[in-house]
Write a protein that binds this ligand. Structure first.
Ligand SMILES: [Zn+2]
Ligand SMILES: [Zn+2]
Length: 305
């Protein structure tokens, strides 16, 4: 079901819908868990969903050169989901030449999708890139069109429908971050949903119904409670996730009700070690609720549907 990242993802055409997890971490700093993000490959397109701090490095490790990215979809605007945008924007615009191949920089405006607030927030970021952008156009002769951004703000509805690829945004609940969305990708008869950050919502059950893959955020409540018991002076900082995230058991319940084939957890809090023993402990109780496939996502895992 899942493949090694370097296998078959370097080619530029993907007959199968493929989801690669770039980062499975959270705002916390865990070794080996990059900030959240995923790349979705379909046909000749590579869509970046969220853009955490390590996005460019993770793309390269995943075998997807950043020059292929001209579409970035934001689920919401917590920094762990957007702080890598400067790097992705400029790197994708730069031509990269190796002895084997030329990776032509993006010569079209970056297409940025996200909930309302996206244009204001990413627009301000883009203004801060202006010094570098001007130099690249005047000195490095980068294509001017690549310096621009075109925005599609949508909380609920189809945001992309071309060449057999359809992407639907739908609202989730990550308040006080409002609005926040999830994305459903459909291609070649397969579907994959990426939740972004959210508490359990009915809209997820509705849009993920029958999906081949559901990448859902989750935190482990007993593990978090144990940390709070150990560090009561940090109770407030530690208990915050409970207010606007989904527990592992709740994610299993969502997957069961939606009838998805495969549930992949991401945005782990606290992150388990990337080994089977720790991951089995992390998902304790989930298999009683959801009998489909469950995977604890690791950075650079790829799922070809
Ligand atoms: Zn987050
Ligand atoms: Zn968030």
């Amino acid at each position: 079901m899942f493949i090694q990242p370097q296998e078959n993802v370097r080619s530029d055409f993907h007959p199968d819908l493929t989801v690669i997890l770039l980062g499975t971490g959270s705002p916390r700093a865990f070794y080996g868990r990059a900030k959240p993000g995923a790349v979705v490959l379909a046909g000749d397109k590579a869509f970046l969903v969220d853009c955490g701090g390590g996005a460019v490095d993770q793309l390269i490790k995943a075998g997807v050169m950043p020059q292929r990215i001209s579409d970035v979809l934001f689920t919401h605007h917590h920094y762990d989901h957007n702080a890598g945008f400067f790097d992705v924007f400029i790197t994708s615009w730069r031509t990269h030449i190796t002895s084997e191949r030329v990776y032509l920089g993006r010569s079209v405006p970056m297409q940025v999708y996200g909930p309302e607030t996206t244009k204001e927030i990413i627009g301000k970021m883009r203004e801060s890139f202006e010094f570098d952008v001007r130099l690249r156009i005047s000195y490095n002769l980068s294509d001017e069109a690549g310096s621009r951004i075109e925005y599609t703000e949508c909380n609920e509805g189809v945001v992309y429908d071309k060449d057999g690829i359809r992407i639907t945004a739908f609202e989730v609940d990550h308040r006080p971050v409002y609005p926040a969305v999830a994305y459903k990708f459909e291609y070649n008869g397969k579907s994959a949903v990426i939740s972004g950050d959210t508490i359990p919502v009915e809209n997820m059950v509705k849009h993920a119904a029958g999906a081949d893959l559901l990448v859902h955020e989750a935190y482990n409540k007993p593990w978090l409670d144990a940390l709070i018991a150990r560090y009561p002076e940090h109770e407030k900082a530690l208990s915050n996730p409970a207010k606007y995230h989904t527990t592992t058991l709740e994610a299993a319940e969502i997957a069961r009700r939606a009838g998805v084939k495969h549930l992949v957890l991401t945005h782990h809090i606290p992150a388990p070690a990337a080994d089977e023993t720790a991951e089995e402990a992390y998902i304790a109780g989930m298999r009683k609720i959801f009998t489909g496939a469950i995977t604890v996502g690791r950075d650079l895992m790829a799922f070809r549907l």
